[in-house]
Design a protein around this ligand. Structure first.
Ligand SMILES: [Zn+2]
Length: 261
């Protein structure tokens, strides 16, 4: 229960951070400490993300490692680092990032009404977005398929509202330059958090742990930083009102519509 309490504390702390510039500055210091980044020495230009509440969800955690290669490389650790970087960039842009988990734990203790631990874990993540009336929900994942040649980012969107698809296309329009995928890259997703979402919601599969070269990239902090900056850039485009129509590409034989959530 202590773990769930920690997650709730994050929400409370972040919401209170909206109340004052001083509290917001403390949040930025906290995120800088988490990500190991240096604090900015000059203020950034005002962006469309100012004041927007964005729930950033690193998938999995605790007993659920997500995708892994059997050699100690686990999705739950990679996505936590990327999510922290996204939150840092959002806080620096004076948005209000909410990290669903900031350590290696699952979220199921927050929720009681679902039938299984896995469903409670997923329900808790979107519950945080609803409780905070988030402007966007972004869940970060790493993919895995049998083919060792499939690589690149895929963005899944909630069918519940057109804003989710627009958010997906905005993020894809930036992340495709970092992690191009040779198949359909923006797809409607039939997944718990997306089906339950009442706010603009996407799942970003940032790459494939089953692709040897991409796995090595995903382990590099500099590459994870590029992915975080791409997702952040896509969020800014979304709040600026961009509506990018995704390119429709022929599906690749090894491509996957099934992220390893
Ligand atoms: Zn996953």
């Amino acid at each position: 229960m202590a773990r769930a309490g920690g997650a709730v504390l994050v929400v409370v702390v972040v919401r209170r951070a909206c109340a004052s510039i001083a509290a917001g500055a403390l949040l930025l210091v906290w995120l800088a400490a988490l990500t190991g980044r240096a604090l900015p020495v000059v203020a950034l230009p005002r962006s469309a993300a100012v004041g927007k509440v964005i729930v950033v969800d690193p998938g999995h955690g605790g007993i659920d490692p997500g995708s892994h290669n059997g050699e100690g490389t686990m999705e739950k650790e990679i996505v936590l680092e990327i999510a922290r970087d996204i939150c840092y960039l959002l806080a620096r842009a004076r948005a209000v990032p909410i990290l669903t988990r900031h350590g290696d734990w699952e979220m199921s203790p927050i929720i009681e009404h679902e039938t299984t631990r896995h469903r409670r874990d997923l329900a808790a993540r979107i519950h945080i977005a609803h409780r905070t009336n988030a402007d966007a929900f972004v869940s970060v994942h790493v993919n895995k398929v049998r083919s060792a040649s499939t690589r690149g980012a895929i963005v899944f969107y909630s069918r519940n509202n057109p804003e989710s698809k627009r958010l997906a296309t905005c993020i894809h329009s930036v992340i495709q330059d970092v992690a191009p995928h040779q198949g359909m890259s923006v797809l409607e997703g039939d997944y718990y958090v997306l089906n339950a979402a009442k706010v603009p919601a996407v799942i970003v599969e940032v790459g494939f742990i089953s692709h040897p070269e991409e796995k090595e990239l995903l382990l590099a902090p500099s590459y994870r930083g590029q992915l975080a900056e791409a997702i952040f850039g896509g969020l800014v485009l979304f709040f600026e009102g961009s509506g990018v129509t995704p390119e429709r590409k022929a599906p690749s034989p090894g491509g996957s519509r099934e992220p390893s959530l």
